[in-house]
Ligand binder design. Structure first.
Ligand code: HAM
Length: 432
């Protein structure tokens, strides 16, 4: 059992993060801001509307959509019974919530398709390891109400572009699961094949064979991987319509110059998918199986949840993994706020006056910074120089007496005395 409270030296109890959960600290926040900005920019270009849904939903929503026997539902969901006896789940993903919102708010009556996006945190009780956390963030895009293969291709292109514009070259992994009927036939074929080799399977795969045979293809144990190579391939089971749909998606990708790899072993861990499935892996040595994002078509889900029969397709990008990949590839986010002016103050009276001056300059549009906790001029000039500002304003005791302020050009070190009441206008003039 994890212990959120840990005994520190001296017997005091200090709080601790829950196992596998993550804080985003100031040094990492710029990565998140960069990804969030890109997520919004792409959503706006492609006309997605933002939707926020609650972190908590009825447990049954995820059980019905993701599937009872999937790892997410059977092992990884954080669930609890609330004081009213209702069974609640902390969201492990967003697609089910987006569908719930679509049905509940009658979005079926709006012009179709409805394009929704969100940027949010979700929770899965997985075994923590690099790139796999119990709290993580996703940027998710869903197109609801259009069965055209162009939608699948557009979503893949958005995911590919998203990463490319962050500096990551990706390779799309793509497969088709066909219709539920295809999937049933294929699953039967797979079970027949694996039954013949049941003795060689690892413990987990023995359970998968009974409960979720498609996941047999995902096993990382070397003996099981060997069995996968000779297992039947879903492409041979596809019905004509699904085959046509799949070919059409691939043609769109060819036309858009999105590099992809036909991956007949890609099944993904959620039950709601039909037809197109995809993931995006970094296109570099060692990038295999690092899913930076994934998604697919889920034409049957809306009906399964009690809505009208509505085709849909979407994907989610895993923000934490993208940040890791950016670091791996030494991609640094640009500095978001470049100040032009530093306000230095010396002495109590100057400090008191500086508070308002700082706010006046900021409100007039000057990008200004300060450190009112610092009293020495040397330290303040050092901080100004580290921040790369063009000017430092210095308000000391003499300036307080004369009702002036010093304006120092950080490039050549020259200083001029400016009347205090004129300083806002003077700074603005200098900055152009
Ligand atoms: P998913 O493949 O479960 O799909 O998650 C999407 C992405 O979230 C993964 O590719 C990965 O980058 C990230 N991710 C998943 N689990 C973790 C974890 N424990 N720690 C860190 N990152 C993680 C879905 O969630 C579907 N709802 C996607 C979708 C949208 N399908 C249709 N529409």
């Amino acid at each position: 059992m994890s212990k959120p409270l840990k005994k520190a030296k001296g017997g005091k109890v200090r709080p601790q993060l829950l196992r596998g959960m993550k804080d985003i600290l100031p040094q990492d926040a710029p990565y998140w801001d960069m990804i969030r900005r890109k997520a919004r920019e792409l959503a706006e270009s492609y006309s997605f509307s933002r939707v926020e849904t609650p972190l908590l939903e009825a447990r049954d929503l995820f059980e019905r959509s993701i599937g009872e026997h999937t790892d997410i539902v059977s092992k990884e969901m954080f669930t609890f019974t609330d004081k009213g006896g209702e069974s609640i789940a902390v969201r492990p993903e967003w697609t089910a919530s987006a569908c719930r919102a679509y049905i509940e708010h009658g979005m079926v009556n709006q012009p179709q398709p409805v394009k929704l996006w969100s940027f949010f945190q979700c929770f899965r009780r997985e075994r923590p390891q690099a790139g796999r956390y119990r709290s993580f963030w996703q940027a998710d895009y869903e197109v609801i109400g259009d069965a055209d293969p162009v939608v699948d291709a557009e979503l893949i292109l958005i995911l590919y572009t998203f990463l490319k514009e962050l500096g990551i070259q990706g390779l799309v992994q793509i497969n088709s699961l066909g219709t539920p009927e295809t999937r049933r036939k294929y699953t039967r074929g797979l079970v027949e094949y694996y039954k013949k080799h049941a003795r060689k399977l690892c413990g987990d795969c023995k359970v998968r064979l009974k409960k979720n045979p498609l996941r047999l293809l995902d096993c990382k144990v070397p003996e099981c991987r060997e069995l996968v190579t000779a297992a039947p391939e879903i492409i041979d089971f596809l019905d004509d319509e699904s085959r046509k749909h799949f070919m059409s998606v691939l043609e769109y990708l060819d036309e858009s110059e999105v590099p992809y790899n036909l991956n007949s072993r890609l099944v993904r861990g959620l039950d709601y998918y039909t037809r197109t499935l995809f993931e995006l892996w970094p296109d570099r040595e060692g990038g295999e199986n690092i899913a930076l994002g994934g998604g697919g078509r889920y034409d049957g889900l809306m009906k399964l949840l009690g809505g009208r029969d509505t085709p849909a397709c979407g994907f989610a990008m895993g923000v934490d993994r993208v940040v890791l990949e950016m670091k791996e590839q030494h991609i640094t986010p640009p500095r978001q706020f470049q100040p032009d002016v530093y306000l230095a103050q010396l002495g109590d009276r100057a400090k008191r006056r500086s508070l308002k001056l700082f706010n006046d300059l900021r409100a007039s549009g000057v990008r200004i910074i300060e450190n009112f906790s610092q009293d020495g001029l040397k330290e303040q000039l050092g901080a100004a120089s580290d921040a790369g500002v063009r000017y430092t304003l210095i308000l000391g005791q003499k300036e307080m007496l004369d009702n002036t302020i010093l304006l120092r050009d950080m490039e050549n070190g020259s200083q001029e005395v400016v009347a205090f009441e004129k300083i806002v206008g003077e700074v603005k003039k200098k900055l152009g």
